[in-house]
Design a protein around this ligand. Sequence first.
Ligand SMILES: [Zn+2]
Length: 395
Amino acid sequence: MNYSFLAPRQIVFGWGRRAELGTLAATLGQRVFLVSGSRTLERTGVIDRLIADLASAGLQVLGFPVESREPEVLDVDGLTASFRSLNPTANDVVIAIGGGSTIDLAKAAAALATNRQADSVVDYLEGVGRGFQITESPLPFIAVPTTAGTGAEATKNSVVSSNAANGDSSTKPYKKSLRSDLMVPRLVVIDPELTVSVPATTTAYTGMDAITQLIESYISRRAAPIPQALCRQGLQLAVPALAGVVADGTLRESREAMSQAALLSGMALANSGLGLAHGVAAALGVTCQVPHGLACAVMLPTALRVNREVSQARLAELERLFDQSNSRDALAADCFIKRIEQLCRSVGIPERLREIDVKRVQLQGLVAGSRGNSMSGNPRDVSDDELYALLEQLW
Ligand SMILES: [Zn+2]
């Protein structure tokens, strides 16, 4: 056995525990850069209450409301410039409250606030730019997720897109990561009550994202003992809970189960990587603007069938979390794939790429756009020709 394991230094989990944010943040600094991505939480007064709590803990709060879309290069560069203009020191803390997009955006800006070799995040992104690394500790970063899905609160990367349609015409579109072990959030405050107002489709997409992450990390070629234990627990929580909480978002136990599963999925993927579903999902996001969780969910059954032979024993282990009756691995693995397909149907995930507005002529571009860090974790190699054939079948 031979592995490393990386996770946030402190995790605070519980219904209503956002109330402790002031006390917790005061142990990390004196000035707070509060990045919020949820207009709903602003309208309902949650953000104002949070600002009051931070102030009464003696903190000076500067607010940065941001768009809740998946972050673009220009969004990261803009927020980074704002942080840098405030001459940040180690006494400044960044708090991100929002979905995975907001957390990724603030996490990137917290890192680039102290890493100043270049003005643009482009020069730090994997596979693009000048290949600069994050070498200085980012500003202390606190993640407060308001959806249950991406696990961004526990990961060491930010996913950043460049999309010509949004004003950045310098290159062709891409979706790449800014990544460093130093970027793992210092503190994570998970209050599942914050997810109660999330609409049903977002609950379904983000929940399927967490489930895809848990499965892909479990069968990844970089799978390791601690993340696998987390994956098993996450799937035991999420698979039975998701359909119910999509139907009724007020179910407290199910919301808690999904928040916990999302956290575990982030810890797992940060250490074990992902696979084919996430590889293609990145391309679907860039090329066809498909929301991340939906893209993962549409791809998941195909990704499982592709890896069915090489991952048979592991897929059988996952099936036995729910049903011990199949002693033969081959049968159990097939049952697990069926179980996941049924789950996708039960929360309204379409079966075909054409149903999520993918055009047939885009398939070749999707193949090229799927090669990245996620795909490198897939349990077996998939050639461009095979991937094209898979996408054509799924179209
Ligand atoms: Zn994901």
